[in-house]
Write a protein that binds this ligand. Structure first.
Ligand code: ZN
Length: 418
């Protein structure tokens, strides 16, 4: 049975995702790393799907692909996703959003005879993952005006190829990438669907969730410096042991995070001289702290810093903090949050709001001042960036249906602002 005119067909999205997986994946998972041949092949396949629709398609100055269905008003609803994946990635991360968007464009163009009340645009962001050059959100940050061009100039992949050269091979001039910003001129709302990539919805046994925003991040290297000394001849009370202080941070960040919320991770620990017969002279750990609330993030940071100084004094060592990176929390639009809640409620009857730990293109668009919201669909195993990433097929169909409702509600909202 084929659905009627102007009817959404979520099963087609699932079939197309499988088609894309067969075309651009292998036994180890999705292989659409941005600015590689497989990514280009995936995008060419996407173009083929868009060709059947009354949309105008072009790539912008940052390599983002835009498919525009012109409406009665220039004011635009944007639907976003990314075709690129990490190496050996999951089959849904990023492309689920794009393919749901294609199906929604089909539904809208059929329902409104190719001329909806407002303009609807699907964007496939270039290099969301940053897998090759180590810098994520390339296309969306350029579009939003937050790309650090000076830093991007110096980025190289593992073969030593420079980002500006690789971009040029794909028709992108890094120096002009931020001209992509003009695409946001008439943007009145931005919506993005994504697989959760964590276990929250799975543990609550819920298919869908409304995303409140993306965590702010404080990322630091913390270096404790003591004195190397012979492990046999140095009495315990005469040591200046950098590892003693660093090690105590391990449990302390759990305590601090328990108090303030958010998440904290000590992701790496290196010691010098790093031999079995010496007290540790220098111990460097990295700390990644994330919180949806700026004050919460500031408390996580302040408490961890105070603890490190206390432990350093007790171990008679020194401590220094170096910021690696930070970003403010991004809160999504309150009205779009309500529309997302309604869409989920109407589709599956159960509602949950959650923050996003990972960053997404949506955060850049929101920072550019466009009202934004994201919807999450449950991730089986709670795992992403891995070939085992999966979502139950019924949940995939549910999320396309709910996301389509959100698109319709957001379009009506944009129309009131036109
Ligand atoms: Zn993604």
């Amino acid at each position: 049975m084929s659905p009627g005119r102007g009817t959404l067909d979520p099963s087609r999205t699932v079939a197309e995702l499988k088609e894309l997986r067969a075309l651009t994946g292998d036994a180890n998972g999705a292989q659409r790393v941005a600015f590689t041949d497989t990514w280009v092949a995936g995008r060419r396949w996407l173009r083929g799907k868009l060709d059947a629709l009354p949309v105008e398609v072009h790539d912008d100055a940052a390599g983002n692909t835009w498919a525009t269905l012109r409406g009665a008003s220039e004011r635009a609803l944007l639907i976003g996703g990314h075709m690129d994946s990490v190496p050996n990635g999951g089959w849904l991360d990023g492309c689920l959003n794009v393919m749901a968007g294609v199906e929604i464009l089909r539904r809208i163009s059929a329902q409104y005879d190719g001329k909806p009340p407002v303009t609807v645009r699907l964007v496939d962001w270039a290099d969301e993952e940053g897998a090759r050059f180590g810098k994520s959100l390339f296309g969306s940050s350029a579009c939003a005006g937050f790309l650090d061009v000076a830093e991007a100039r110096g980025l190289k992949d593992k073969d030593g190829l420079a980002l500006p050269d690789v971009l040029r091979q794909h028709g992108i001039d890094l120096e002009r990438a931020q001209e992509s910003g003009k695409e946001l001129e008439n943007a009145a709302a931005y919506i993005e669907l994504h697989i959760e990539q964590g276990p929250v919805l799975l543990d609550l046994d819920l298919p869908l969730g409304t995303v409140l925003g993306t965590f702010g991040v404080e990322r630091h290297a913390i270096t404790f410096r003591g004195q190397a000394a012979h492990s046999g001849s140095t009495p315990m009370n005469r040591r200046r042991d950098a590892f003693l202080a660093a090690g105590r941070m391990g449990e302390e960040v759990y305590r601090i995070t328990g108090k303030h919320g958010g998440v904290s991770t000590i992701g790496s620990c290196t010691t010098k001289p790093g031999i079995v017969t010496s007290v540790v002279e220098e111990c460097r750990i990295t700390l990644d702290q994330r919180h949806l609330d700026a004050a919460g993030l500031a408390s996580l940071f302040a408490d961890a810093r105070a603890a490190s100084e206390r432990f350093a004094a007790e171990a008679k060592v020194e401590v220094a903090w170096d910021r690696i990176w930070n970003i403010e929390p991004v809160h999504f639009d309150p009205h779009l949050l309500r529309l997302c809640d309604e869409s989920i409620q109407e589709t599956c009857g159960k509602l949950h709001r959650l923050p996003s730990g990972p960053l997404h293109d949506a955060a850049e668009v929101a920072r550019a001042g466009v009202p934004t919201v994201m919807m999450f669909v449950q991730s089986l195993h709670g795992i992403s960036h891995n070939k085992i990433e999966d979502t139950r097929e019924e949940h995939l169909q549910l999320c396309v249906a709910a996301f389509d409702r959100l698109a319709e509600k957001a379009m009506a909202w944009v129309a009131t602002k036109a």
